[in-house]
Design a protein around this ligand. Sequence first.
Ligand code: HOZ
Length: 422
Amino acid sequence: MNLEKSKALLARASKLIPGGVNSPVRAFRSVGGTPPFIAKANGSMLYDVDGNEYIDFVGSWGPMLLGHRPPEVIAAVIEALESGTSFGAPTEKEILLAEELQAAVPSMEMMRLVSSGTEATMSAVRVARGFTGRDLTIKFEGCYHGHVDSLLVKAGSGLATLGTPDSAGVPKAFADTTISLPYNSFDAVEKAFADHGSKIASIILEPVVGNMGCVVPTPGWLEMLREITTRHGALLIFDEVMTGFRVAHGGAQQLFNIKPDLSTFGKIIGGGLPIGAYGGSVEVMSAVAPIGKVYQAGTLSGNPVAVSAGLAMLRYLRAHSTEVYSRLEMLGARLTANPPAGMTVNRVASMFTFFFADGPVTNWDTAKSSDTQRFAKYFHHMLERGIYMAPSQFEAGFISTTHSEAQIDKTRAAAAEFFELG
Ligand code: HOZ
């Protein structure tokens, strides 16, 4: 396939930007080859600068639930631009967005808008520390919560892709505040609380993991986390940056019927523009400045363009929730039914991963047993047939309402062909 213009752009970008990209997985280091530079997108399709077209299963890493350029969101952005791009002062639309979020996710009694998922998780962990007066955070191996210093410990996503579970530049003192445990392990959590219970401020997790590939919580495990945090006076934080408005209208907390103390959101709640949010009970969120002593701030927090896009997105999802989530479930089931032998598929609603692994993938140890070299060959096989999957075994794929049944069937046929070729 012709990627000449992308190759030239990558060479030019690499002189100015580390690896030529502004987020590491985009560099294709684990699959090799040249990342297509994208010129535009529409619905379920991506178009690169060389004129190649792709069915997109990355969807900007999750937010494009309605496909690229949903008319309602684009119209809201254009209208917002006419009124100004940033005020650094409150607007009525921030209240409207907060009301939409609360209507879908009732545990968000009070919330703060920020500019990214990373900011949301960083702030939620800080609030948990401030509220409880404790320092330790439990996270799970292979879960990624943005590039927050203390959470870059055995993190998934880009670090897992590069094979470096921890980042340089994180002071040991920060990493020492984090206890990293295997996902889905009941015993490890029990032991951590037995050893350090009075010092643990919070557990943070992806209630369905997207960042070591899609990994599903074992039945009863989320309930156990809820019970043990309550018993020990620690807070339970659901990182719903990927799962929020994705696995169900009310996120994973609705799907599994668990009420966390704090939740974090990003991506989808801005309709694909940069935004994040964290929130929880009035009691916990009253710890946040200016009414409480936990400081957190940002000039672009509640940015009027991102808020307008998010408001349009959430209003659309509320008005059309039955048809949106039933279509996503139908397409997800169609894509992942009867995977070829040699693939293990994990899926919740429209989040999925095909692992090149022999057995069930339930945590980071089983995820990393995947054959990443074979994944790389599969990735390029699909790309050459116009199918854009995440360029890493350790990322989830995402389906939008604009994917057609024919596109899903084409994708299945391309994967089957890969296995037939051997
Ligand atoms: N590793 C990030 C998603 N889990 C990638 C983000 C990006 O490259 O935009």
